[in-house]
Design a binder for this molecule. Structure first.
Ligand code: FES
Ligand code: FES
Length: 173
């Protein structure tokens, strides 16, 4: 039995210690934002935030993150609501600015990679609210274990969405 803190909720899961966190999230907890792409920490599709940092859940043994704060794509709205001190009622109708920007910019094509793109964008904007173009490119290419890959080639749209999300976050809406 492993105890996890996922999206602010304590969850008990029965899984061998070395089970990839991704399998537990998708198969046991039915959180299907994180995607299985390469399974080798080389694409970013499976990314989650662990204690605020992007991590590749496909190569993260579940027992290694027991009691750490795990946030999936599904947990981003509540994370933003908490950061902004929104009430429960307001929070219900709230998207994270990164998700809002992704919708308004119509960023995804097939969408498969976009979980990781939004997780990476959230990590970046929480530490650097006004990133330069170079800093955005760096975040998605050299800051993780590998570049975040998009086989549809939405990279320009992702940059625009990150810039838009930064604007939304600065306004605090
Ligand atoms: S599926 Fe985890 S990095 Fe590709
Ligand atoms: S939108 Fe299709 S892989 Fe990125």
């Amino acid at each position: 039995m492993v105890t996890l803190n996922v999206n602010g909720v304590r969850r008990e899961v029965k899984a061998p210690d070395d089970t990839p966190l991704l399998y537990v999230l998708r198969n046991d907890l039915e959180l299907i934002g994180p995607q299985f792409g390469c399974g080798l920490a080389q694409c970013g599709a499976c990314s989650v935030l662990i204690d605020g940092k992007e991590a590749r859940s496909c190569v993260t043994p579940v027992a290694s993150v027991a009691n750490q704060e795990i946030i999936t794509l599904e947990g981003l709205p509540a994370r933003w609501a908490k950061q902004k001190g929104l009430s429960g009622a307001e929070a219900k109708n709230t998207l994270h600015p990164v998700q809002q920007a992704w919708i308004e910019e119509q960023t995804p094509q097939c969408g498969f990679c976009q979980n990781g793109m939004m997780i990476k964008a959230t990590e970046l904007l929480e530490s650097n609210p006004k990133p330069t173009l170079a800093q955005i490119k760096e975040a998605f290419t050299t800051s993780g274990p590998s570049p975040n890959l998009c086989r549809c080639g939405t990279y320009v749209a992702i940059i625009e969405a990150v810039q838009h999300a930064a604007t939304i976050m600065a306004k605090g809406r």
